[in-house]
Design a protein around this ligand. Sequence first.
Ligand code: OTD
Ligand code: ZN
Ligand code: ZN
Length: 347
Amino acid sequence: MNEKLTLRRPDDWHLHLRDGAMLAAVAPASARLGRAIIMPNLVPPVVTGADAAAYRDRIRAALPAGATLTPLMTLYLTEATDPADVVAAHRAGIIAAVKLYPAGATTNSASGVRDFDRVRPVLDAMAEAGIPLCVHGEVTDPGIDIFDREAVFIDRVLDPVRRATPGLRVIMEHVTTSDGVDYVSGNDGIGATITTHHLVINRNHLLVGGIRPHYYCLPVAKRESHRLALRRAATSGDPRFFSGTDSAPHPDRAKESACGCAGCFTAPNWLPIVAQVFQDEGALDRLEGFVSLNGAAFYGLPPAEGRITLTRRDQPVSAPTHITAGDETVTVFEPGFPIHWHVEDDA
Ligand code: OTD
Ligand code: ZN
Ligand code: ZN
């Protein structure tokens, strides 16, 4: 028998849509969502309200007819960010949040913050205006092991920043450790996105039996106990945890290389995968909270308009393994288990 689930239209609280030919290629995969927080790590990054408005217009132009997606734009915080520009862009409805990348933490983050004291005036203005801060929570100190960078970030940066600017609403993006889960669960005014891939893979999937470049992302997948903590948090019903795919497409050429770049392209199949995870955890009744309700509530928005229906088919659903972007191919994230859930046309 086919199982059916009807949910409020899901949102994606962390999405990389890129620009140019890649934007045109990947935008359709997210077009039927409600809202998505659009990451600003273009080259060069989206740093001013004017940059964000122009990028939003390019995204709108790339969306197919019938798209329901509202892109929620973000600014890339630099040590030169002008607090007045941030507040004005928010007041004008151009941006929904600001993104903090420690310099060098992930793909295209060279312009990120080195000295957190230098952005204090921006953070204070954001707290005052109610603008949330999205945080890539990893230190970049070369002396810190890559698997420890999230836990160290909490102590060295996240907690001090939150104490210095009380009232600042913070989203710990793509949380990957039980340390991150514990920090978010134990504090108010902080939420966390959890990606699809971190619910599915641990570092063995990445490294055992050959290195799998399409499972390489930042923050890097951790050991199994952390993956299980993420699954518990996602399925717990705690509204501080919500889905952000961190879908981050790269040309296969750039990933399958001697120095492969970081990012998993999950936008085409994230929802069927997350539905399978929730089914396996006996938590399908909490799926709607995670994908459609909790994030909106954290951002102070109503749930998206409309609904989607997910159907579980007895036979696995076959889906494209690649898409084409200009002259490049991009591999779609493969979860390592058959996908039975299918997103039906919505109403
Ligand atoms: N992680 N890749 C990218 C961003 C994310 O940290 C992230 O948000 C990217 O390619 O933009 C990745 O692995
Ligand atoms: Zn990040
Ligand atoms: Zn990201």
